[in-house]
Design a protein around this ligand. Structure first.
Ligand code: AMP
Length: 283
């Protein structure tokens, strides 16, 4: 695996490789890698793409300074895992490489409704930061395929919207992979490392609640189901940002289900200091 730290170096290298008709698969991450990330790498390797992973803890997408400063860093282990997965290139830039003019965003991304709900509502500015970093990384890497995880359902929609508004929808294909879970159902996440043993046991209730929504949902009003989900989490000591059921297509909240509309259930909740998110397609 080749390690690049400078944007200009990786950009030049990839331009050279493209002359040999190599297609590029790109997996942007914030490191502290787990099987969820590695699965995305493997998708790209399987396609025989020149596979590029970036590790960059993006300061502009954290709306909470403590969350940023406590974000786990396990770079040596990350490199071992990437090498074992046959990743070709790791891009590991410093903040100045990504934001040579500073982190104040010069561009405002028009995300509309998506920025007003769920993660957009509870993490103000988060998706502007996500767009800022992904736009910059795409400028540098210019992949043919961008690999994203369903774990961040709303983020997939935001990035897809950004790519369309940049006019890149025919240039960059987005491949979304299902959420990889621990054996008890907990969605893998770098933030899981911050849970105590006791919190880790309780954390499974998030995926269990989603699963229970999926198996009990009926056409008709959904308010009781949502309320029960929230109350069950709260009773177990979670601070719940949302326990919502929405249209899988556009994330508009569904309060009364016609039995046909494709649904996704989404939860964001804190266990003490650690904020966890998860989602499940219902039908
Ligand atoms: P992060 O490092 O959390 O920014 O995630 C980098 C990429 O990996 C994003 O596209 C995430 O959606 C994806 N990802 C994170 N966790 C998982 C998971 N458990 N299953 C599948 N994809 C994931």
């Amino acid at each position: 695996m080749i390690l690049f730290r400078k944007a200009a170096d990786i950009s030049n290298y990839l331009q050279d490789q493209r002359k040999n008709n190599r297609l590029v698969g790109f997996i942007p991450t914030m490191g502290a890698l787990h099987h969820g990330h590695i699965n995305l790498i493997e998708q790209s390797v399987k396609q025989q793409f020149l596979t590029v992973c970036s590790i960059f803890i993006n300061p502009t997408q954290f709306n909470n300074a403590a969350d940023f400063s406590r974000y786990p860093v396990t770079i040596e282990k990350d490199i071992e895992q990437l090498e074992a997965a046959d990743c070709d290139i790791l891009f590991l830039p410093a903040v100045e490489e990504i934001y040579p003019k500073g982190t104040k965003a010069p561009t405002h991304y028009e995300l509309g409704f998506l920025e007003t709900i769920l993660e957009g509502k509870y993490r103000p500015g988060h998706f502007q930061g996500v767009c800022q970093v992904v736009n910059r990384l795409l400028d540098i890497v210019m992949p043919d395929t961008l690999y994203l995880g369903q774990k961040d359902y709303q983020q997939c929609m935001v990035i897809s919207k950004m790519i369309s508004s940049l006019g890149w929808e025919n240039k960059i294909h987005i491949a979304i992979s299902p959420t990889i879970r621990e054996s008890d159902g907990l969605a893998m996440s770098s933030r899981n490392m911050r849970l105590t043993t006791e919190e880790r046991k309780r954390a499974v209730l998030i995926s269990a609640t989603l699963q229970s929504i999926k198996s009990t949902i009926q056409p008709g009003p959904l308010d009781k189901l949502k309320k029960n989900a929230r109350e069950e989490l709260e009773a177990a000591g979670f601070k719940v940002d949302y326990a919502e059921i929405a249209s899988a297509k556009d994330l508009h909240t569904i309060d009364h289900w016609d039995g046909n509309t494709k649904l996704v259930a989404l939860i964001a909740a804190y266990l003490n200091e650690v904020r966890l998110i998860d989602n499940m397609l219902i039908n």
